[in-house]
Write a new protein. Structure first.
Length: 271
């Protein structure tokens, strides 16, 4: 089953969707889902080469695409990218704040700079994106989808920096739901579980056979796909979710219900 078996192909026609970190992985998958549903897509990230390749893939899906390199830690650069997207495609109606950094590191080994880098990209970068998109979101009565993670509510080994950053993202999401509800702006998070073929999985579960062991331990007995995450992001941004704000939608096959013990046992962080 594909998303167009359920949602109309023009669900997001005439809408601009801006995806931070949209050049790869889950975020690119989300961008493709919105493009499939008729949206115009704007993506940013640090590597222009990566953005160019992603933009070409998005154009193949038929919509208008804008890409501009911007580090989400640099408010001025992000604001300029959003201004460019507005001029090229129209005001932003949906912001997907997905840019993030991750690497496994024990809390006693990670440097303060390493910890800060992750918090700056994930949390400050998410705030920067929401703040820079505010005028457009207010004008469009738009919606934000933050990309969180199970680390926000389940402690994982070697992930203190990510847990702190993503828990902050989810609280920011709730605060914005309260503060910006009066403008008609909805704010929600998606927390993906282990998603096959992604950089996150390559970094956290690199050993031979670990992917299969993880998949077998997920209550739904499989890893997720980028489409699984694109589908729920599209739902949250759609009119079907018009009374949903301040919610973390966990799309993990039930994995976090069982905690992170399996990740510890497969040696997360040790290849
Ligand atoms: P990914 O492909 O590495 O995606 C991260 C993207 O963010 C990249 O395109 C990267 O591009 C961009 N980025 C990183 N730092 C940036 C910065 N400072 N400014 C702007 N863009 C930046 O990894 P992924 O595994 O698909 O993860 C995508 C999202 O899903 C993340 O929010 C992650 O926390 C979340 N998530 C993933 C999983 C999983 O199983 N993979 C599970 C739970 C949650 P550049 O390097 O070119 O900047």
């Amino acid at each position: 089953m594909t998303i167009t078996d359920v949602f109309a192909r023009d669900l997001f026609a005439g809408k601009t969707v801006f995806v931070t970190g949209g050049g790869s992985g889950i975020n690119l998958g989300i961008a493709k889902t919105f493009a499939t549903l008729g949206a115009s897509l704007a993506i940013c990230g640090r590597s222009q080469e990566r953005l160019d390749a992603a933009a070409a893939e998005l154009r193949e899906l038929g919509g208008n695409v804008f890409s501009q390199s911007a580090d989400v830690r640099d408010y001025g650069a992000l604001e300029a990218a959003m201004r460019g997207a507005h001029e090229a495609l129209g005001p932003i109606a949906v912001l997907v704040a997905g840019a993030a950094g991750n690497f496994p590191a024990s809390a006693e080994a990670i440097t303060p700079n390493g910890f800060k880098a992750v918090v700056d990209i994930d949390l400050l970068g998410s705030f920067n994106a929401a703040r820079a998109a505010f005028d457009d979101l207010k004008a469009t009565r738009g919606s934000i989808v933050f990309i969180s993670a199970g680390q926000a509510f389940t402690p994982y080994p070697y992930q203190a920096h990510v847990g702190a950053a993503k828990a902050g993202v989810d609280m920011l999401m709730r605060d914005l739901a309260v503060d910006w509800g009066k403008f008609g702006i909805r704010s929600n998070s998606v927390a993906p579980g282990p998603i096959d073929g992604t950089e996150g999985m390559r970094r956290l579960a690199p050993g031979e056979g670990t992917k299969e062991r993880l998949a077998a331990a997920v209550p739904l007995r499989r890893l997720g796909s980028v489409n699984d995450i694109g589908n729920v992001a599209a739902f949250l941004a759609s009119p079907l979710a018009s009374y949903v704000t301040g919610c973390v939608l966990v799309a993990d096959g039930g994995q976090n219900l069982l905690g992170s013990g399996l990740w510890a046992s497969i040696g997360l962080g040790q290849s």
